[in-house]
Design a protein around this ligand. Sequence first.
Ligand code: GRF
Length: 215
Amino acid sequence: MKRIAILISGRGSNMAALLNGVSDGRIDATIAGVISNRPDAGGLGLAASRNVPTVVVDHRHFIDRTAFEHALAAAIDGLKPDLVVMAGFMRIVSAAFVERYAGRVINIHPSLLPSYPGLHTHRRALADGVRIHGCTVHFVTATVDHGPIIAQGAVAVHDDDTEARLAERVLAVEHRILVSAVSWFCADRLVSASGGIRVSRAVVDVPALTVPLAD
Ligand code: GRF
């Protein structure tokens, strides 16, 4: 059975979705541990309450990125993971770090990549007046928010949306696509193909989402 290490920086709702996915059998894996770069991350308490080992590697205690990543890699390697999931992990990692775990690190990002890499994605989507927004699970490469896409989910943008309301609807979809993507990885169903990642034995029967609906 595959082992998963989860990296977090905050409240940990995506982490919780993964813990739930493992406990209810949608993900065939063991959560080996949760690592946070912030000692005050809310997700740490939640993980501990579910008897998942937690580790803090506080980036502020290291002189530079190289030293931080050295400690982070030691913490990850201590968990012997097959897959590392960045679930709201708010640190940019170096090319050397990515190389060390090539093909074994995935990230959840709150936009439909390649639109809106980086921060404040919901605010930027609202400012641009887009009608469809969403989230992406992708393999991590040396370019931030840019690796091969595994799964995406979309939501309609409402005329009266605020950043908080839009974020809440996107987050619910993040939880769904992250559990799906991790379950596919753990079942060895992700296949590299020209133009990106494909899921073997996937049944895709979803009509295109267009907003507003044509009448
Ligand atoms: C999520 O929207 C994630 O995509 C973004 O930060 C948020 C973290 O939420 N990078 P949580 O910690 O998983 O609740």
